[in-house]
Design a protein around this ligand. Structure first.
Ligand code: FES
Length: 217
């Protein structure tokens, strides 16, 4: 088999298949993509990827790269700016197409209420409410969160799957394993990492003050 480090990141059975049977042709393409953007920071690369998916009007690709952009720290406002800046090539029709998909995804970041706000610290709960070694599910404002505690260390994850933004419910949790119901990506909830690839859950910055856990978004 020709499978190597690239196969771990691939998103579809079709790509896995091509890597296996025509690795010599496909793998240089991945290398090209990696090398082509090596002088850009990760957020800029993500925004360009979002634009290319909108230009090609691939819904799956848009959802995937939109999630990746948010995961890597792009704000919803930055994504909207990037779409509008690309107006000369996208035109209004493709921008509207993208916005309709984004709205249907119901990502809290794009809610007009949140869009107008600067990211800030949000109170989540008292640390006493979170059992050591367990994962808790909570809704804070418009966000659904999974919170993991390991003694004095805490992690706060967005409930949205990094693949196509499924809002994963607490029923999908088995101990420290979370399985997205749509395409069965599994996440280790002590780290948020996906067991199948390197696209983990979005993790929010946290702080603790007077035994109260806060998340930054
Ligand atoms: S949306 Fe595809 S695995 Fe979660």
């Amino acid at each position: 088999m020709v499978l190597n480090k690239f196969s771990k990141k691939s998103m579809s059975k079709a790509l896995d298949y091509l890597i296996e049977v025509r690795g010599e042709a496909i793998l240089p393409y991945f290398k090209f993509l990696k090398e082509a953007g090596k002088n850009l920071d990760v957020k800029t690369r993500d925004l360009i990827s979002v634009i290319t998916k909108v230009d090609k009007q691939t819904e799956k690709g848009l959802k995937q790269y939109l999630n990746r952009a948010l995961h890597d720290g792009c704000t919803a406002n930055e994504i909207i700016d990037a779409l509008l800046l690309a107006f000369p090539t996208l035109g209004l029709t493709k921008i509207i197409w993208a916005i309709e998909i984004i709205l249907a995804m119901k990502i809290p970041d794009f809610n007009p209420e949140i869009l107008g706000q600067k990211p800030q610290w949000n109170e989540i709960c008292s640390t006493n409410e979170i059992k050591d070694g367990e994962v808790m599910y909570m809704t804070i404002g418009l966000r659904n969160l999974f919170i993991y505690r390991n003694k004095d260390s805490y992690k706060v994850f967005d409930s949205r799957c990094p693949h196509r933004s499924e809002d994963i419910k607490p029923e999908a949790l088995e101990g420290l394993k979370l399985t997205c119901p749509r395409h069965k990506w599994e996440f280790n909830m002590s780290t948020g990492e996906c067991t199948a690839n390197n696209h983990g859950l979005r993790t929010f910055e946290i702080k603790i003050e007077n035994n109260v856990l806060f998340g930054f978004w």
